[in-house]
Design a protein around this ligand. Structure first.
Ligand SMILES: *Cc1c(COP(=O)(O)O)cnc(C)c1O
Length: 392
């Protein structure tokens, strides 16, 4: 019987002989750089931790299992994973990338990958005719769904159909939903990217990244590249992500439930001009998400009536923190214009409707009544003061 996702976050079937690791319930941290050989030409399977380490390998197997891939590789950060991924491509290669991506990915593509001779077409994959951008040099389509921060939803199966017909790769950054809510490989993607710093780790305490694939040829290239370039995750950080992942299921469920309530609350605020949450039926991507995902996640983007009001919210939150990042147990509010998307060219930002009055919230797992209470205070006080000032 196929095991459920929450079980797969905790247990690896192949590791279930009790005698292993003295029966330790928590997987040990093998804090070692190198390994002794039992003889010339013999190996325990581990030779040097840049290549592989038992703790990292255990984590990689759990992530591969969750994404239904044949292999997963754990990196020091999400950006290290994407940087290694770009080593699959070289001069004259062309990639179709979504226009609304994580800011760090845009910065990497335009400031680092370009100098290696790779060219990009940034398009709105959820609404443009993606196939018409494929040319003889095109090697891959790279998407996030939902996107960061505008929460556009792209049909993964539709992208996979194009990539299969044209013999190119489909790469999906699955950070926003985690494998608990979405499995792009099952929908036809070739490679899945994760920032493990976010939901997988889940506690805003550790950076990590992953690449997952179900293709033998790609797995071989990745294994060669990680041993050559050396950004594999350390044993201790691997253990921290392993520990965080044990509660992935209950964290995702709770965060999503909170997010839905907050989205509905935001809709009722006069000072909020737009609420973008794909779990609301009004969201244009709602139906596609129902088909390709098991949930909608806990990220909300919203527009305020003015820049001043947006800034005042950032200054007034107390329990909710004004901070970059997402996917942890703590609720965070981000200002995309100066934080995650500061290095994205202004014209791109404007095209994506990321304005100075746009805020993004990563909803955590606190008690919903406390979150709403704080939001009510933050919004209420500010509105009152703003209007008080206007009147006087
Ligand atoms: C954070 C993030 C990344 C980069 O991951 P790091 O761990 O911060 O390097 C990539 N993609 C998405 C969608 C992210 O949110």
């Amino acid at each position: 019987m196929a095991r459920g996702i929450s079980t797969k976050c905790i247990h690896l079937e192949e590791d279930e002989q009790c005698s292993k690791n003295y029966g330790a319930i928590s997987y040990p941290i093998y804090q070692t750089a190198t390994y002794a050989h039992t003889g010339v030409g013999k190996s325990t399977g581990f030779d040097y931790s840049r290549l592989q380490n038992p703790t990292r390998e255990h984590l990689e197997k759990i992530v591969a299992n969750l994404e239904n891939g044949i292999d997963a590789l754990a990196f020091t950060t999400g950006m290290a994973a994407i940087t290694l991924l770009m080593e699959l491509f070289g001069p004259e290669d062309h990639l179709i990338v979504d226009a609304d991506l994580y800011g760090g990915s845009i910065r990497l593509f335009h400031n680092v990958s370009k100098k290696n001779g790779i060219t990009f077409s940034s398009i709105d994959c959820h609404k443009e005719d993606v196939a018409s951008y494929v040319n003889e040099h095109t090697k891959a389509i790279y998407i996030e769904t939902p996107t960061n921060p505008m929460m556009n939803v792209t049909d993964i199966r539709a992208m996979a159909k194009i990539s299969k017909e044209r013999g190119i790769l489909l790469i999906v950054d699955n950070t926003f939903l985690s494998p608990y809510f979405q499995n792009p490989l099952d929908a036809g993607a070739d490679i899945v990217v994760h920032s493990g710093t976010k939901y997988l780790g889940g506690h805003n305490d550790t950076l990590a990244g992953f690449l997952v694939t179900n293709r033998e040829d790609i797995r071989e290239k990745f294994r060669f590249l990680i041993k050559t370039t050396g950004a594999g995750l350390s044993p201790f950080d691997s253990w921290l992500i392993l520990r965080g992942m044990k509660t992935l299921g209950i964290r995702m469920e709770r965060a999503q439930q909170n997010a839905l309530e907050i989205a509905e609350w935001l809709v009722r605020q006069q000072s909020v001009t737009k609420v973008i949450y794909p779990g609301r039926k009004e969201h244009p991507g709602y139906e596609v998400m129902k088909k390709q995902s098991r949930g909608f996640g806990a990220m909300i983007t919203f527009q305020l009536e003015s820049r001043d009001f947006a800034l005042s919210i950032l200054e007034r939150v107390r329990m909710i923190k004004f901070a970059e990042s997402l996917g942890g147990v703590e609720t965070l509010i981000t200002y995309p214009v100066t934080q995650t998307h500061a290095d994205v060219p202004e014209e791109t930002r404007e095209k994506n409707n990321i304005t100075e009055s746009t805020l993004r919230m990563s909803v955590g797992i606190e008690d919903i009544k406390d979150l709403i209470h704080e939001l009510a205070e933050v919004f209420g006080e500010t509105e009152e003061e703003l209007y008080g000032r206007k009147e006087s």
